[in-house]
Design a protein around this ligand. Structure first.
Ligand code: BGC
Length: 247
């Protein structure tokens, strides 16, 4: 079965049909730079272009970089503020004429890793963290998602964790891998104090360079790189449309 997965991000809007038996993209993904200003109108036009590109007329699963509850956007730290309160599910259905399931982007990525990737078959408390424009989180208990955790907004040294340790901050501040790993460590220490996760999966595009920073982390938590890398968000959004359409 194929469903179109879309991943709305702070720097790119990406999508591709996903083959859900294998958990793989069924074709080359399409990426459009996130429009400026990143208003609902502009971003939805980008999603509509992706839908057109694949001549898609079936269900869509869409990840969004903020808290999404009952189809509605409640936070949008890295997109235009006019998103707040938008009914994304309705707006997508109007913009694309396709039925849509919407959820937080990190939750989508986590679902994909738990189903097909680094968290496959793992029980207990599993936490996925995604490093990109922001830091996203997805929390699982025995494989079941606790939606909309926002651990990237924990306060570390007087700032949000994502303002110190996102991949964007690493690039913009030209942090060495060692410096960046120290900042991730600070977040992990905090998370370990409060959650005691059995496993933490580190994802986002930068996870393909995991050998540069994961070995530098010093926390005692078991830490593994995401296996689906940057595609987890697309794959997980499609998966949610099949399995969690009541979200
Ligand atoms: C948002 C999260 C999102 C993360 C990654 C954060 O700023 O608050 O909801 O998952 O960025 O996009």
């Amino acid at each position: 079965m194929e469903i179109l997965g879309v991943d709305i991000g702070g720097s790119g809007v990406k999508g591709a049909p996903v083959e859900l038996d294998a958990g793989e993209l069924a074709g080359e993904r399409m990426r459009i730079a996130t429009p400026e200003p990143s208003t609902p109108e502009n971003v939805l036009a980008a999603v509509a272009k992706i839908v057109d590109h694949f001549s898609w007329d079936g269900p869509i699963g869409c990840g969004f970089p903020g808290v999404v509850r009952g189809g509605r956007v409640l936070t949008a730290a890295n997109l235009d503020r006019s998103w707040l309160g938008t009914d994304l599910r309705d707006a997508l259905a109007t913009a694309t004429a396709c039925p849509a399931t919407v959820l937080n982007d990190a939750d989508a990525a986590g679902l994909a890793e738990i189903r097909y990737g680094a968290g496959r078959g793992r029980r207990g408390v599993v936490l996925m963290l995604t490093f990109g424009t922001g830091i996203g989180s997805a929390l699982f208990i025995d494989g079941r998602l606790v939606p909309n955790t926002e651990f990237g907004h924990l306060e570390v040294r007087g700032k949000t964790a994502e303002a110190r340790a996102s991949d964007r901050v690493r690039e913009e501040r030209e942090l060495t891998w060692k410096k960046w790993a120290e900042r991730i460590d600070e977040l992990l220490v905090r998370l370990n104090l409060h959650l005691w996760p059995d496993l933490v999966i580190l994802g986002g595009g930068v996870s393909k360079k995991h050998d540069r920073f994961i070995p530098l982390l010093t926390t005692p938590i078991e830490i593994v790189p995401a296996e689906l890398r940057n595609q987890a968000g697309i794959v997980g959004a499609a998966l949610a449309a099949r399995d969690l359409s009541e979200l």
